[in-house]
Design a protein around this ligand. Structure first.
Ligand code: PGA
Length: 258
C-alpha cells in the first residue's frame, strides 16, 4: 500500500504562466529528492485539471479534483459531475472538505452520494472528516467523527470502501500558524484508531489494513515527521505548503522515507 501525499491547491494558481512556474519548480524539487514509492496527487481547481494532467508526467504523480456534484448530469448550473472530472484527467477527488461543508453547507448525505458517483466514474475519493473547535472543546470530537463516518460511508460496500481514502482533518487545525493549535501525534493516532474501528465494525476486519488513512491540517515540512510519521498515518493532505514546491517535496520525502 503506497503512502499518499495530496496537494489541496484550493482556489489558487490563477493562469497558465503561474501554473508553468509551479510545475518547473515542483519538478526540480522532486528530482533533487530521493522519493521511491509515495503517490503524489495534485488537486487544482477544475479549470486546470486538464493542463495539470499534461504536465504531471513525473513517476507516481496523479491529478485530482477538489469536489464534484452529487448528481451525474442535468440542469445544475455551475456544477461539475464525476464523469466530467474523470474525463478531464482526475483520478482522485477530495470530498467533504470542511471548506465545502462551511461555505456550501454540504451534508454527510451529499458527501455519501458523491463517494458513490466518484467510484462509479473510476476515481478514488479522498473523504475528509474531522471535528470542529466547538465539538472538540465540549468533548464531542469522537462523536462528530463517528457521525460523519456513518453518514458518508452508509451507501457503499466493502469492495468500494477498500478503494477510498479517509482523511482525518480536524477543522480547528486547518491553516493555522500557531503550533499550539495542532493535534499531537498521539491525538492523530487516536483518531486513526477510531476510523479503523469504524471500518472493522462496518466492513469487516480484512479491510482494516487496506484503507489508507491520511492526516490533514497545517501539515508542513517542519511538522510532517510528527503529524504524519510519528502518528503512523498513511500520508498527508497538504493545503498551504502545497503551493511551495520546496516544502511540499520535503513533506513527500519525509513521509516516503518513513
Ligand atoms: P492547510 O490546509 O494545510 O493549509 O491547513 C489543509 C486543507 O484545508 O486541506
Amino acid at each position: 500500500m503506497n503512502k499518499l501525499v495530496v496537494a489541496n491547491i484550493k482556489m489558487n494558481i490563477i493562469n497558465l504562466a503561474e501554473r508553468e512556474r509551479y510545475f518547473e519548480s515542483l519538478k526540480e524539487e522532486f528530482k533533487k529528492r530521493k522519493i521511491s514509492s509515495i503517490e503524489v496527487v495534485l488537486c487544482p481547481p477544475f479549470v486546470h485539471i486538464e493542463s495539470f494532467k499534461k504536465c504531471a508526467k513525473l513517476k507516481n504523480f496523479y491529478v485530482g479534483a477538489q469536489n464534484i456534484f452529487h448528481e451525474e448530469k442535468g440542469p445544475f448550473t455551475g456544477e461539475v459531475s464525476a464523469p466530467m472530472a474523470k474525463s478531464a484527467g482526475a483520478d482522485y477527488v477530495i470530498l467533504g472538505h470542511s471548506d465545502r461543508r462551511k461555505y456550501f453547507h454540504e451534508t454527510d448525505e451529499q458527501v455519501g452520494r458523491k463517494i458513490v458517483l466518484a467510484l462509479k466514474s473510476g476515481m478514488t475519493p479522498i473523504v475528509c472528516i474531522g471535528e470542529n473547535a466547538v465539538e472538540k472543546k465540549s468533548g464531542k470530537g469522537e462523536e462528530a467523527i463517528f457521525r460523519q463516518l456513518k453518514g458518508c460511508f452508509r451507501d457503499i460496500n466493502a469492495a468500494q470502501m477498500e478503494k477510498t481514502v479517509v482523511c482525518y482533518e480536524p477543522v480547528w487545525a486547518i491553516s493555522t500558524n500557531n503550533p499550539d493549535h495542532l493535534p499531537t501525534s498521539n491525538e492523530i493516532m487516536t483518531a486513526k484508531l477510531l476510523i479503523k474501528k469504524f471500518i472493522v465494525d462496518n466492513f469487516g476486519a480484512k479491510l482494516v489494513e487496506k484503507v489508507r488513512i491520511i492526516y490533514g491540517g497545517s501539515v508542513s515540512s517542519a511538522n510532517a515527521e510528527e503529524s504524519c510519521v510519528d502518528s503512523a498515518m498513511d500520508g498527508a493532505l497538504v493545503g498551504k505548503e502545497s503551493l511551495a514546491p520546496f516544502q511540499f517535496a520535503k513533506i513527500a520525502e519525509t513521509i516516503d522515507n518513513s
